[in-house]
Write a protein that binds this ligand. Structure first.
Ligand SMILES: NCCCCC[C@@H](C[SeH])C(=O)O
Ligand SMILES: [Zn+2]
Ligand SMILES: [Zn+2]
Ligand SMILES: [Zn+2]
Length: 310
């Protein structure tokens, strides 16, 4: 696509044509699947990246753009896909990873909202679905999953930025992703969801202060997060904080990470990318490259650990 670039914030229309072009020009590594439509009828397309195999391979699922205004997030998913196909065959770890596993990437989860931030309101966060009985639009998709739904850190007011929705999975986008992960839960070994901003690497739980299942699991998750943060910091010195969501950022029920973890996806992480507030959601395009390069190191660290523990 003419206008697409990896160091710019692309429009949805450029991303949509990029999906077609990168998958058709790397057909031996990438296959696409439309997992459903958004509220406004746009195709939610995942790219499954990995060496083609007749047998099913274990997978890592990564989504970007669940929150519309967090533009650095979809930029990272696009960067990741390009990095994967560009370094397969030359980078030993990426080659090994894609030979043994698949990485399933959803570049933009909340397409309707992403478009709305380009056309109407740069600070929009939620979906664009109409709520009954009010003119307030949208639900926070990261409060709409079936994980302590609407108990803490979420609002039942449709006008709130953290509206949990009229019911669990009320949002078609959330339903589509939850159905896909449920359908593939036997092969999905890790779930990574990319947000901004704050420079945090979070893991369950956010819906309770309780520590995840058994301490050993928590310790390994925590140490994976600490290792991934250290890997990230090694490139440009960018400092991340890692820890359970509830105590590291705030209580927040209905999140995709907690839901995936309770479904049995042991390694479940939420990234809050750059920065810590100077630009916030309006991170300059000049920081896309360094942000994506350092985040690659963290994601590859997590992937390597998951692969080693298959
Ligand atoms: N599952 C909640 C993880 C911690 C909160 C993440 C942030 C990203 Se903007 C949020 O959804 O408020
Ligand atoms: Zn977010
Ligand atoms: Zn955030
Ligand atoms: Zn630790």
């Amino acid at each position: 696509p003419r206008a697409h670039g990896y160091t710019k914030y692309n429009t949805w229309s450029d991303i949509e044509s990029w999906i077609t072009s990168i998958s058709s020009s790397n057909s031996e590594l990438i296959s696409t699947e439309v997992i459903g439509k958004t509220y406004e009828g746009r195709p939610m397309t995942v790219l499954k990246i990995g060496k083609k195999s007749s047998s099913t391979k274990p997978a890592i699922f990564m989504d970007c753009g669940i929150h519309a205004r967090e533009w650095i997030s979809p930029a990272f998913c696009q960067w990741f896909v390009n990095e994967a196909v560009s370094t397969y065959g030359s980078d030993a770890q990426m080659t090994s990873l894609l030979n043994q596993m698949d990485v399933i990437v959803l570049p933009v989860f909340n397409i309707d909202g992403y478009i709305y931030t380009h056309t109407n309101d740069r600070m929009w966060r939620k979906t664009r679905a109409k709520n009954s009985g009010t003119s307030c639009i949208g639900t926070d998709p990261n409060r709409n999953f079936d994980a302590g739904w609407c108990t803490v850190g979420a609002s039942s007011n449709p006008c709130s930025e953290t509206f949990c929705g009229s019911s669990v999975e009320s949002e078609i986008e959330v339903k589509n992703v939850a159905n896909f992960i449920r359908k593939n839960k036997s092969i999905i070994k890790a779930y990574i969801t990319i947000h901004s901003y704050s420079q945090l690497l979070l893991f369950p739980y956010s819906y309770t202060y309780e520590l995840a299942a058994d301490h050993s699991e928590l310790v390994s998750q925590h140490h994976v997060a600490e290792g991934a943060s250290a890997a990230l910091r090694s490139l440009y010195g960018t400092r991340y904080t890692s820890g359970p969501g509830a105590s590291t950022i705030y209580l927040a029920a209905g999140g995709s990470d907690d839901w995936a973890y309770d479904l049995g996806v042991k390694y479940s992480y939420t990234f809050e990318l750059r920065d810590t507030g100077r630009y916030g959601f309006l991170l300059p395009e000049s920081q896309i490259k360094p942000t994506c390069e350092e985040t690659m190191l963290a994601v590859k660290y997590i992937a390597a650990y998951v692969q080693k523990n298959l």
